[in-house]
Design a protein around this ligand. Structure first.
Ligand code: SAH
Length: 224
């Protein structure tokens, strides 16, 4: 990819990104590694050109198919929660690749990311963007992520970017000992949940963290 395009000009410049990072800090994000990755990941390449000038605003933005690129605050916050709670970061599952922005952030902070998306054209674009960024530690799967990715699980951590109405048992079952799940749950009213597997037992400790607004976790897949 063209270096100018990656670095960004004008509204996508380094100064604009610095302002966003300051805003994230003002909102309470404090993990330096996460802030650094947020600073250095070019969010504008995850959007269609017509919207790229808004890439460093702290808002969710449309990516087609009725889906959205998550708000930077929520990406940073969920990543910080995941990093702080997980014992190991060897294998991390992401449910809902979307644009691939959260995927890229994770890929820079953990060993291996497995990312599942139900809408094929979104997944194809995300794959290309990660290739452009030279991030190679991500495997993609086109499927209903409500069922996780049992063939490669269990995972040290699972992050869901789409909200189910109730806690998906399949995801809990794919947590490794001491594994953690960060997931929004609910309908019109959603809360971010952090679930921790207690050792290798079948006990899960749940913390309800903060109100959030995500697209719903839907079943089935879309090919084109
Ligand atoms: N973090 C992503 C958020 C994308 S929105 C970003 O910043 O771009 C959530 C994504 O979850 C959408 O792309 C949607 O298609 C996907 N999704 C919803 N239900 C899903 C399911 N059951 N399995 C896999 N992906 C799902």
């Amino acid at each position: 990819m063209n270096q100018n395009l990656l670095q960004g000009l004008g509204m996508t410049s380094q100064r604009t990104r610095e302002r966003l990072v300051q805003r994230l800090m003002d909102q309470g994000v404090s993990n330096w590694e996460v802030l650094d990755v947020m600073r250095n990941t070019p969010r504008h390449i995850f959007l269609d050109e017509a919207l790229s000038h808004r890439a460093y605003e702290d808002t969710a933005l449309p990516i087609g198919f009725g889906q959205t690129l998550s708000q930077p605050y929520i990406v940073a916050r969920m990543t910080e929660i995941l990093l702080g709670a997980a014992g190991s970061l060897d294998k991390v599952l992401e449910v809902g690749t979307g644009s691939g922005f959260q995927t890229s952030v994770l890929a820079q902070l953990v060993k291996q990311v497995y990312s599942v998306e139900r809408i094929k054209p979104l997944q194809d674009k995300a794959k290309q963007r990660l290739r452009d960024l030279g991030l190679r530690n991500v495997r993609f799967k086109h499927s209903d992520g409500g069922f996780g990715w049992p063939e490669v699980g269990p995972f040290n951590a699972i992050l869901s970017a789409a909200a189910p109405q109730i806690m998906p048992k399949e995801l809990l079952a794919q947590l490794a000992p001491n594994g953690v799940l960060v997931i929004p749950i609910g309908g019109d009213k959603q809360e971010l949940h952090l679930v921790m597997r207690d050792g290798d037992s079948e006990n899960f400790i749940t913390q309800v963290l903060e109100p959030v607004k995500f697209v719903p976790l839907k079943s089935g897949t879309i090919d084109a």
